[in-house]
Write a protein that binds this ligand. Structure first.
Ligand SMILES: C[S@@+](CC[C@H](N)C(=O)[O-])C[C@H]1O[C@@H](n2cnc3c(N)ncnc32)[C@H](O)[C@@H]1O
Length: 263
């Protein structure tokens, strides 16, 4: 049965677009203090490797000095990390790039951003990273202002995905790259059964033990199952205006990294 036009999914539930954001916000308010610990526990540390693949693809230049130009005259490499939560992607890109790398983290949830700001200060990255409360569907940012835009494990939480993709495209400079890391569809037969068992049994139990919120992690598992397959998501990126769209599956399809360019 197709969804009514004004409805979308919140996990396995069908909800009006207007209700989804509030439900998602409740999930991340609840898990914010233990979000990073849960990522490590749930994925057995694998999320670090997936994020490393995204950071490698961004390839932030280590030095942006050109012959005859003082460093002060060289424009920094700018990253926008959407739904950036506690700052993981921004930290990695800034640490991998040269001293001229700057990142802006946008997230709709003040609790996730508060954890991110504290982590940035602890790493001495407070000057290189700006945290902004905002909605990926309507960014409070100018056109063509970033060299790269990323979103990691965020897009499936956004009610109006097409609008968020359009905004990512709008704020990218010409020649800039968009990268989206997201849970995807496991197609390897043996692995699929194991992954389902782990997802529907172990993850909610872990969520209950660590965050006292099994429902938040049930939502996580269900929302992954509802997210479009890689080919369909690539098509949504093309519809938003991205060129040279491609994707790579990782870990048997547990996650996919999509890439597109603003040309
Ligand atoms: C699973 S977390 C991902 C955090 C981070 N990117 C990471 O990889 O660890 C999803 C994030 O999406 C944020 N989010 C959900 N809806 C959003 C929206 N419409 N605009 C911006 N951020 C949103 C949530 O607040 C949450 O911090």
């Amino acid at each position: 049965m197709p969804l009514p036009r004004d409805h979308t999914h919140f996990g396995f539930q069908e909800v009006p677009f207007e209700r989804k954001q509030g439900m998602v916000d409740d999930v991340f308010h609840s898990v914010a203090p233990r979000y990073d610990l849960m990522n490590d526990l749930m994925s057995g540390g694998l999320h670090r490797g997936w994020k490393d693949a995204l950071v490698t693809a961004i390839n932030a230049p280590r030095e942006r000095r050109t012959a005859g130009h003082a460093e002060a005259n060289v424009r920094p490499f700018t990253l926008l990390d959407l739904a950036g939560g506690t700052g993981d992607i921004a930290f990695r890109v800034v640490e991998a790039g040269g001293s001229g790398t700057r990142a802006t983290v946008v997230d709709i949830n003040a609790d996730m951003l508060a954890v991110g700001r504290a982590r940035a200060a602890g790493r001495g990255l407070g000057d290189a990273i700006t945290f902004v409360e905002g909605n990926a569907e309507a960014l409070p940012l100018p056109d063509r202002s970033y060299d790269a835009v990323t979103i990691a494990f965020g897009i499936r939480n956004v009610p109006r995905i097409a609008e968020a993709l359009g905004e990512a495209h709008r704020v990218l400079r010409i020649g800039g790259r968009f990268l989206c890391l997201e849970f995807s569809t496991v197609d390897v037969p043996g692995l699929a059964a194991l992954y389902d068992f782990y997802s529907f049994n172990v993850i909610p139990a872990l969520g209950r033990a660590v965050t006292e919120d099994a429902e938040a992690y049930r939502y996580l598992v269900e929302s992954i199952r509802r997210f479009p397959r890689p080919g369909a998501f690539a098509e949504m990126m093309r519809a938003a205006g991205f060129a040279r769209v491609s994707f790579q599956r990782m870990s048997g399809g547990i996650v996919a990294l999509h890439s597109g360019w603003r040309l």
